[in-house]
Design a protein around this ligand. Structure first.
Ligand SMILES: Nc1ncnc2c1ncn2[C@@H]1O[C@H](COP(=O)(O)OP(=O)(O)OP(=O)(O)O)[C@@H](O)[C@H]1O
Ligand SMILES: [Mg+2]
Length: 178
């Protein structure tokens, strides 16, 4: 089985994927590292201070991997059996990202990406086995528990709906801190 843990930067992908790997026989795989090791980097985006990845190349390189947990904001583009999209309330995400010593603009871009649900939209496009988990006020252990239960036993209908902060009225866009 191949499990993808995706989401906007700072939503807790690495924390969850590593803990999940510790608790199962599945291997932890950072797809950013795979991209670098397997020459799937096209260029470097100076403005965003991040690698530009050839997703098709990465898909090929991860194609044969089995029994693994793929960690990364591009992991939903791989050939997965099941995909988990981690979501985080934008105001909480901002606090998590402030711990990364990124420039304000990069933090704002990622908060905006979370508000508009960019990764959620990409992950759900053409995929059925996609579960969205609101990580706000949930411990890493609790999230791992939810993920393992769905991966092992199925179910998880309450996580199958497209998650949308604006539609759910869970954030107030007039509050610039949202
Ligand atoms: N469930 C959680 N509740 C509160 N804080 C969390 C939670 N999960 C992760 N964090 C914290 O948020 C920060 C980002 O977590 P993490 O590095 O796991 O995110 P990520 O999605 O892997 O980010 P990136 O895409 O940049 O690699 C860390 O400081 C981590 O300790
Ligand atoms: Mg990470």
């Amino acid at each position: 089985m191949k499990i993808a843990i995706t989401g906007t930067p700072g939503t807790g992908k690495t924390s969850v994927a590593e803990r999940l790997a510790e608790q199962t026989d599945m291997e932890y795989v950072s797809i950013n590292k795979v991209a670098r090791k397997k020459d799937c980097i096209i260029s470097y985006d100076e403005k965003r201070k991040s690698d530009v990845v050839d997703v098709k190349c990465l898909r090929e390189k991860t194609g044969d991997m089995e029994d693994c947990i793929l960690d990364g904001h591009l992991s939903h583009f791989m050939e997965n059996d099941i995909t988990f999209v981690l979501r985080c309330k934008p105001s909480d995400l901002r606090k998590r990202l402030e711990g990364k010593s990124w420039k304000d603009q990069k933090i704002q871009e990622n908060v905006n990406a979370e508000i508009t649900g960019v990764i959620e939209g990409e992950a759900r496009n053409g995929n059925d086995e996609v579960y969205s988990i609101d990580t706000t006020n949930k411990s890493v252990d609790r999230i791992v528990e939810i993920v393992s239960k769905i991966a092992e036993e199925g179910g998880g209908e309450e996580y199958k709906d497209h998650f949308d902060w604006i539609e759910k009225g869970k954030i107030d866009l007039n509050d610039s801190n949202s």
